[in-house]
Design a protein around this ligand. Structure first.
Ligand code: MG
Length: 379
């Protein structure tokens, strides 16, 4: 089997005024994604997605990566990965060049699955579990009156939908964060698992201040307390508060992730399949995490392709340390309104009462809605 073409698509739509939202780093007023199809001479097409600046990803893929992989066998994913990585290694070992590789790599795994008739988790060595524990990512801010009240209502909606775990966005100022988390915890009771995510809005001393005050609200993890470059800051925060520290969505490849793991900056590593280097690279990071006995949960943000890819990873993660009753693997389910997540494909996951069950279809297990691509493609 040979790769005969790659078609990349940038899709975009503006969010209506009432659906615009912010996190600690800025506002979202539109949705933009870069997805691609890797086309083979056998008629099998694999789909992939990158996380990050879609226009730049498209340019890198079209101008640099595509010529390097035409004619290659999609089963040679390791060779293709190393070829693409070394082609731009001297000009960037992180960021957009790796995000663009991620999209291609995911598509290769989709092809391998479709060719063999197997779901990707099977190709990764099998599913270690039948279900994943979904957690709702939401609680973005909209600068509305009664914002805290609205966030409490949002928590109730997720619980009504079956979620047993919620992740609250913080990083809006120490007092504001405490007020929000306190209100939500008091409203939902002690049974629901609750995490917080600052998207690196703090320096270490302020992150410690927030963390210490959050301890009383039984926080399952504190995500990205400090910027990804500040490894010493991570260690400082981790050593000074009594909440597990998570991070890694803004780190790239095994080379970038290794310091977070080896220096024990975090308790939970969260690579994103669409950014870290795809499924091929994610698998190596899992080995690194296993060696160091660090929990690994995939970060997921994007369309149904990203969601499907992250879900296959979730099922394939080994239990470590091994024990009779290993903890649930947590899977991120973004709940912000997103046409690309909800309508780009047939359902990428089977969600039932707060858990995600296995999708046994080949490859990523999704059917892409090409009419949606036509409707939203801008370049
Ligand atoms: Mg995050």
């Amino acid at each position: 089997m040979k790769i005969i073409d790659i078609k990349s698509h940038v899709l975009q739509y503006k969010l209506p005024e009432h659906l615009r939202f912010s996190y600690s780093q800025g506002w979202y007023d539109s949705r933009t994604i870069m997805i691609l199809e890797v086309i083979t001479d056998e008629g099998i097409i694999g789909w992939g997605e990158s996380l990050g600046p879609a226009f730049i990803h498209k340019k890198i893929i079209e101008e640099v990566y595509k010529p390097l992989i035409l004619g290659k066998d999609p089963f040679d994913n390791e060779i293709i990965w190393e070829t693409l990585y070394s082609s731009l290694q001297d000009h960037g070992q992180k960021g957009v060049v790796i995000e663009a590789i991620s999209a291609i790599d995911i598509a290769l795994w989709d092809i391998k699955g479709k060719y063999t008739g197997l779901p990707i988790y099977k190709l990764l060595g099998g599913a270690f579990r039948d279900k994943l524990l979904a957690y709702a990512t939401g609680f973005y801010r909209r600068n509305i009156e009664n914002e805290v009240e609205e966030l409490v209502n949002e928590a109730h909606r997720y619980i009504d939908d079956g979620f047993k775990a919620l992740k609250i966005k913080i990083g809006f100022g120490i007092d504001e964060d405490i007020k929000t988390v306190k209100a939500i915890r008091e409203a939902i009771g002690d049974e629901i698992i609750m995490m917080v995510d600052a998207n690196h809005a703090y320096n270490a001393s302020n992150a410690i201040k927030v963390g210490k005050r959050l301890e009383e609200f039984d926080i399952f993890w504190f995500e990205e307390p400090v910027p990804p470059e500040d490894k010493n800051g991570y260690i400082e925060v981790k050593n000074n508060i009594n909440i597990p520290i998570a991070g890694g969505e803004a780190e790239f490849t095994r080379y970038g992730i290794k310091d977070l793991i080896n220096k024990r900056c975090i308790n939970i590593i969260q690579p994103d399949t669409c950014a870290v280097g795809g499924i091929t690279e994610f698998k190596k990071i899992v080995s690194l995490a296993t060696i160091n006995n660090i929990q690994c949960y995939p970060h997921i943000w994007g369309s149904s392709i990203a969601l499907a890819a992250g879900t296959h990873i979730g099922f394939s993660l080994p239990n470590f340390p091994n024990c009779l009753y290993p903890p649930d693997v947590m899977l991120e389910l973004d709940q912000t309104p997103n046409i690309f997540r909800n309508e780009l494909s047939s359902s990428p996951i089977i969600f039932d009462d707060g858990i995600i069950k296995k999708n046994n279809k080949p490859g990523l297990g999704i059917n892409i809605n090409k009419a949606l691509i036509e409707k939203y493609e801008i370049i």
